[in-house]
Ligand binder design. Sequence first.
Ligand code: ATP
Ligand code: MG
Length: 334
Amino acid sequence: MMHNITLIYGDGIGKEVIASVKKIIDYSGADINWDIVEAGYSAQERYGTPLPDHVTDSIKKNRIALKGPVTTPIGKGFRSVNVALRKQLNLFANVRPIKSYDGVDSIHKNVDFVIVRENTEDLYSGVEHMVGEDAAESIKIITRKASERICRFAFELARKENRKKVTLVHKANIMKLSDGLFLNSGIKCSKEYEDIQFEEVIVDAMSMKLVQSPQDYSVIVAPNLYGDILSDLSAGLIGGLGLAPGANIGENIAVFEPVHGSAPDIAGKNIANPTSAILSGIMLLKYIGEVNRAETIEKALKEIFKDRAKCTEDLGGSLGTREFTQEIINQMKG
Ligand code: ATP
Ligand code: MG
């Protein structure tokens, strides 16, 4: 079946890492018609805005996008292109798989969990004001609707990926109303998923447990802020941002993207590690039902990681982005 997918290269190393994943997905044989559009700096230059309407229209039409890191030109009427996209497409769930790979230096081995972060509310609603000159207030918004939606999403993901436990993270002992509502939404949801174990952990304790024994977790669901912090902490457990893929998902719509930024310091030098982008591409293939092709690519990647010499510089190897990409393709040939 042919899939129409929006492709955004993005800025900086985005051009290189997205070229890499596109090449690998095309090689896998997946039947994809890429609808290539520009966002970020290049769009700013060509269209006068970093997020032209035809970009969001393309994603709305295709329902799926693969995108590189996009920077927001300063003072162009957007707080952030990424936030604008999330809002316009109502991408309420941020999904970050955290997985360790043999051969990659990391603090922990045998880690395999997914963080599901609520993406639309909490302290990120942007409702802030000064109270007089010497105090400021930020409003934390938690709604039953968004909380139940994200918790249900986490349980559904657990079922789909055959994961046995959902851990809800909160601070309801202090924020009894807001985090209490989030916690109660999770408890309510858990009753509908008796096949999946449910536990709740307070965010400070969770931070310690994740550092000590990340192997104990399978699916973690959290409000926006805790999810944000725990995501980066977790990426640190398995070897850093360069290895962490991500997806922003809404109702029947999904945007897959590497977690790292545009890294202008190394852009255009053929040294960026495209792994985060490739893993995001693997998530995309699974999402559209191309599970076998996704697994072929992941298997090749795992083999490459076992041999330092075949890795990029950040992983202790000496290959460039393009050469690393070619190694993966050679490995896929078997
Ligand atoms: P942005 O402003 O878009 O966030 P950034 O420079 O902050 O860009 P980050 O992803 O935050 O980008 O990366 C921080 C640093 O980590 C980069 O400057 C780069 O040196 C390194 N880095 C990030 N991603 C990669 C990658 N894929 N491969 C190799 N090094 C990377
Ligand atoms: Mg950054």
